[in-house]
Ligand binder design. Structure first.
Ligand SMILES: Cc1cc2nc3c(=O)[nH]c(=O)nc-3n(C[C@H](O)[C@H](O)[C@H](O)COP(=O)(O)O)c2cc1C
Length: 298
């Protein structure tokens, strides 16, 4: 099956930041069984990320404030990518920049590498300042356009935040017009936890990103709306924990789905969902996902 120009064995992708660079999960199962692996967010230089605490469990989800802790794109290309490619997995490099220039530089560094696609994280909730170009159509167009110009034909996915003041549809359409091959929706939702012992927010950054089952119906609604308004594929992300969740996203219009927090609950979540989807296709006699994709719109 395909997401635009990216060929995947199945529609299940490991979401950025919840799978590292695949090394740990690779000790547990053959990670090439997944449709693709999306790497931790890469920046131009190494980043230490935010001070602890970085994770906080909620009743139906997880708050995180990692702050893009990563080794930098050069170390990724040198130390992680060769190993990851040897597993046979399809590799999508997730990219973040503090400015349009940084996005461009990281994409340029990846353009002649063997990564299969590049996902622009337009939406990290965990960095101070103006870390979220995906909240604005013009800022999105600038980042995607610059990336497109240096990506040397690599497929580009634009990963959106879960909310934008003027609406996400305008942002997704701006990404499409600027040359994105797919939009991914969505990143974690800006959220808050207060420590009642101190009376202060739990996280140094105050706001953190909420992920996991709590956000699934919200993300599903976003995918439903976007898939009606853009012509490029939509990749669904948010709270997917079972194969049934994944089918809901495909029926809402998703071409592929990503699994984040579920990996922390069950390291076998990826292959479990792959197997569940395959069994569902067989039981329903489906030749391809096209037969039911977007059926919720009809
Ligand atoms: C610990 C953690 C780290 C994350 N790091 C990144 C990241 O580096 N880049 C990115 O685009 N998304 C990042 N995300 C967001 C996930 O890829 C995903 O969009 C979000 O968690 C919603 O999916 P889920 O509910 O299946 O986890 C991170 C999420 C978590 C929980």
């Amino acid at each position: 099956m395909r997401v635009g120009r990216v060929l995947l064995g199945n529609p299940v992708v490991a979401a950025s930041g919840c799978f590292g660079f695949g090394a740990e999960y690779g000790e547990v199962y053959d990670i090439s069984r997944l449709g693709a692996i999306c790497t931790k967010g890469l920046t131009l230089r190494p980043r230490a990320g935010n001070p602890p605490p970085r994770l906080w469990e909620t009743r139906c989800g997880l708050l995180n404030s990692i702050g893009l802790d990563n080794p930098g794109v050069e170390a990724f290309l040198r130390e992680e990518l060769p190993r990851l490619k040897r597993t046979g997995a399809v590799v999508i490099a997730n990219v973040w920049g503090a400015s349009p220039e940084e996005y461009e530089q990281v994409v340029q560094a990846l353009a002649s590498s063997p990564v299969d696609a590049i996902e622009l994280n337009l939406s990290c909730p965990n960095v101070p300042g103006n870390g979220i170009p995906g909240r604005d159509a013009a800022a999105t167009a600038e980042v995607v356009g610059r990336a497109r110009a240096v990506a040397r034909g690599k497929p580009l996915w634009a990963k959106l935040p879960p909310e934008a003041p003027a609406g996400l549809v305008a942002v997704a359409q701006a990404a499409q017009e600027a040359g994105a091959d797919a939009v991914c929706a969505a990143n974690s939702f800006p959220a808050l936890a207060v420590d009642i012992r101190t009376g202060r927010p739990v996280f140094a950054n105050v706001v953190a990103g909420l992920s996991g089952p709590a956000i699934k119906p919200l993300a599903l609604r976003i995918v439903y709306e976007l898939s009606r308004e853009v012509d490029i594929p939509v990749v669904g992300i948010g709270g997917i924990t079972t194969w049934e969740d994944a089918v809901e996203f495909i029926m809402a219009g998703a071409h592929a789905i990503q699994i984040g927090t579920a990996n922390f609950l069950d390291p076998y979540a990826g292959p479990r969902i792959v197997d569940g989807l395959r069994a569902f296709m067989e039981a329903r006699g489906l030749g391809s996902w096209e037969e039911i994709r977007g059926c919720a719109h009809r």
